[in-house]
Design a protein around this ligand. Sequence first.
Ligand code: SF4
Length: 94
Amino acid sequence: MSATEQRLEDILNNDIWDVDSNPHITVDSEKCKNCNTKPCIRLCPAGCYTMSEKTLVFSYEGCVECGTCRVVCPLEAIHWEFPKSGRGIYFRFS
Ligand code: SF4
């Protein structure tokens, strides 16, 4: 792990999440099967997208609400909105 990645991880460790039980991001896995590049895996700063075997696995709980995945998805497979009722991440800068 590079020094830059470690620093980002340290910063994220300072934050607090009030996770909504209703996901604020949904992914159309059928569309994902036709995506060769899967930029969400490389560009999500929180590591919410990973591959398991040949399947894209997504978890919204650690999302930092940057919106990158919605923008970079070439197949518009990601439906994204802010968490309801002010939930989600609370940034704490130190
Ligand atoms: S909004 Fe940002 S942090 Fe959240 S899943 Fe998408 S890329 Fe990752």
